[in-house]
Design a protein around this ligand. Structure first.
Ligand code: SF4
Length: 427
């Protein structure tokens, strides 16, 4: 039963799919609590900003959006949550105009804190030590996109030397298969056809429950209303042959893997405290392509890690170029507080980091174009989205090729089969 309290709330999300799933979940909780969701540009009584701290740039964006929102709506209640909030709540609470600062384990209780705020409490901070948190807060996104992000796991115990995520999200923990399957059924009832499984280190699923990731994939296969699943980023050492085989024969799990590589030299991988070397990584890529020849493989890489010489970078560039992959997500290394790498010597200059980032982005475009052109003349099942993009409607094929065709309203949120022509490729 929705009790009307006419209070308007608006949301702004930065960062990863997990953050989008959690914001969407909180919007549903507040809606059930009688709050009316409005667009972020509109006037609202409460503005909720879900933050990210994965890079220095992400933090900068958070500070900017917080300050802009306060300037734009000086009388509204400004609520900050998420990873930047978890890590820097002391700094954020001192920003004039911020009303509520919530840590990552407090955000699911937001309604309680908002009611306290309503009782003219000026500002509140609630941020537990996330490393003491064992609870898993389920979430999924719905309503604002064609595909839903379904949170299956949270936290990470890997402590790669450059990464602040374990400090922001706590230990690796996941939901129970039964609950996740029920969420998938709920999502299906909303007319959503595709789910992206998301988390922080999703291959580590079941660490706290003893359940197996492969079992989850098998159970999700039986959810009638959901036609397609994508596995979001998964560590190379956690992609088992079972997962590859399942994806190869599955009617629903799509031929698309996103695998963090981070560097193409064993020297830097070791300094990063990654759990594989280049030989292991290239063999994993070959194994996937042997089983699923048209599989889309995206890799993450960090440019400018401390100690990365010009020769190391060249080696990384050539290594990525040698892999049968589809595109690259490139991150410019940035120091994160309380991470080992921040104190490493032989730092790479900012300008050099950007130069290397640019080179890898260009390489990614070359790889992507090659991958797209390989599929001309082949048939593809495309899930069309809703936007009319200059007279075209777009969507992704099973192996994540962006396709566009002349806009037809009947195509919205439909999975349609077509033969790929060059003019359909949305490069
Ligand atoms: S696996 Fe490494 S990079 Fe990924 S979230 Fe965990 S610590 Fe960070």
């Amino acid at each position: 039963m929705i009790n009307k309290n006419d209070k308007k709330v608006a949301f702004y999300t930065l960062g990863c799919k997990l953050n989008y799933a959690e914001t969407s979940n909180i919007a549903r909780i507040l809606n059930e609590g009688g709050y009316q969701k409005v667009n972020f540009q509109d006037n609202a009584d409460f503005y909720v900003i879900n933050t990210c701290a994965v890079t220095g740039n992400a933090e900068k964006k958070c500070r900017n959006i917080i300050r802009q929102t306060i300037r734009r709506s000086p009388t509204a209640k400004i609520i900050i949550m998420g990873c930047f909030s978890q890590l820097a709540h002391e700094e954020i609470k001192n920003i004039e105009g911020v009303s509520l600062v919530l840590g990552n384990s407090e955000k699911s209780d937001i309604i309680k804190y908002m009611q306290e705020l309503d009782n003219d409490t000026n500002s509140l901070v609630s941020c537990n030590d996330i490393l003491k948190i064992d609870e898993f807060y389920p979430s999924y996104s719905s309503g604002d996109r064609t595909r839903a992000f379904l949170k299956i796991q949270d936290g990470c115990d890997y402590y790669c030397s450059y990464c602040t995520v374990p400090l922001a999200r706590g230990h690796s923990r996941s939901g129970r298969i039964e609950d996740i399957v029920n969420s998938a059924i709920e999502i299906g009832k909303k007319g959503i056809k595709e789910i992206v499984l998301t988390g922080v280190n999703i291959g580590d699923f079941g660490k706290n429950t003893g359940e197996k990731f492969i079992e989850l994939l098998r159970k999700l296969e039986d959810v009638k209303a959901i036609e397609r699943y994508r596995i979001s980023s998964i560590e190379p050492n956690l992609i088992t042959e079972e997962i590859i085989n399942h994806t190869a024969i599955s009617r629903k799990f799509l031929p698309h893997f996103h695998i963090p590589l981070q560097s193409g030299t064993d020297k830097i991988l070791k300094a990063m405290k990654r759990r594989y070397d280049t030989k292991f990584f290239s063999e994993k890529v070959s194994l996937i392509k042997k089983q699923i020849s048209d599989c889309c493989i995206a890799v993450d890489v960090i440019a400018g890690f401390p100690g990365e010489t010009e020769k190391d970078f060249e080696e990384t560039y050539n290594f990525i170029n040698s892999l049968d992959i589809s595109y690259v997500h490139v991150f410019t290394y940035s120091e994160r507080a309380n991470t080992l790498a921040t104190d490493f010597e032989n730092k790479v200059s900012i300008s050099e980091r950007h130069k290397r980032t640019k080179a890898l982005l260009e390489l990614s475009e070359i790889k992507k174009k090659e991958f797209y052109l390989q599929h001309i003349g082949q048939s593809a099942k495309v899930l069309f989205e809703s936007e009319n993009e200059n007279g075209f409607i777009g969507g992704f094929s099973e192996n994540y090729i962006r396709i566009k065709v002349p806009y037809t309203h009947e195509f919205v949120n439909k999975i349609l089969e077509l033969t790929i022509k060059e003019e359909n490729l949305d490069l």
